[in-house]
Design a protein around this ligand. Structure first.
Ligand code: ADP
Length: 231
């Protein structure tokens, strides 16, 4: 807990320091140099956006830790996955292909739509973020033995075997990711959502599979009991 608060404070301090710096620059250069002023405003906006994102992630984790109740309803998991995929495809803007494979029939299960949606968005954002231009992200929903799930597979940079057990930890990022922005909370939230439904979140390294030019990629599988958390 103390570690979590320390890490969170550290993560919040960085964008704040940057905002302060840019505000000072703005004060000093606004009149003399409109271009520098414009850049400062842009940077302040970007840092603010990061801070808001981080605050929202921290809030989601705190709510999960408190055991906030789920809004459970029987509904089509495939439809939720398809919708999340559509939004990720638009956000990817053609950088990578993002495709949803329709299952043969509806996959009806009991779950909290907005939370599962959030978990899938996290997986999809990561898949797009860690897949170089021209790569592929595939999503499909599945059902077997009282369990339902969604798999998100990408042909991206992959995750080294030794890092796999750690990537769901709060604030954990691989070296590869340190330069790309996130605070390392996304997967912790996604796993928490899976577990609050009585389910699991798994990752597989697809190293060695010849699915991309790099022969690399990651596969994340969200799985929950079909009849809800208590089944
Ligand atoms: P972040 O905000 O850094 O993306 P996450 O908790 O979502 O944090 O992910 C933790 C780390 O797991 C990332 O920093 C990255 O190193 C790794 N990771 C997650 N998803 C993928 C993926 N699809 N491909 C490669 N690495 C990934």
């Amino acid at each position: 807990e103390r570690r979590f608060v320390a890490d969170a404070s550290h993560e919040l301090r960085t964008p704040l320091t940057n905002i302060e710096g840019y505000a000072e620059m703005l004060e000093e250069w606004a009149i003399k140099d409109p271009e520098t002023a414009r850049e400062s405003v842009e940077a302040i906006r970007e840092e603010s956006r990061r801070m808001r994102h981080l605050a929202e992630e921290l809030l989601a984790l705190a709510r999960g830790d408190e055991g906030a109740p789920l809004e459970l309803k029987s509904q089509d998991l495939g439809a939720v996955a398809q919708e999340a995929t559509r939004i990720a495809r638009n956000a990817a803007g053609g950088k990578v292909t993002v495709e949803y494979a329709l299952p043969e029939h509806k996959i009806i299960a009991v779950f909290d739509r907005s939370r599962v949606r959030q978990a899938l968005s996290i997986l999809l954002d990561n898949a797009v973020k860690y897949t170089p231009e021209g790569g592929e992200v595939r999503v499909w929903a599945h059902e077997s033995d009282g369990q339902v799930g969604v798999t998100v597979r990408d042909t991206g940079v992959g995750i080294p075997e030794e890092e796999l057990p750690r990537i769901f930890e709060r604030f954990y990022r691989t070296d590869e990711a340190r330069t790309r922005g996130g605070a390392g909370l996304g997967l912790a939230i996604a796993r928490q959502i899976a577990e609050s439904h009585g389910g699991t979140m798994e990752v597989r390294s697809t190293l060695g599979e010849v699915r991309s030019t790099q022969g690399k990629g990651s596969t994340f599988i969200l799985q929950i009991p079909q009849n809800g958390p208590d089944h």
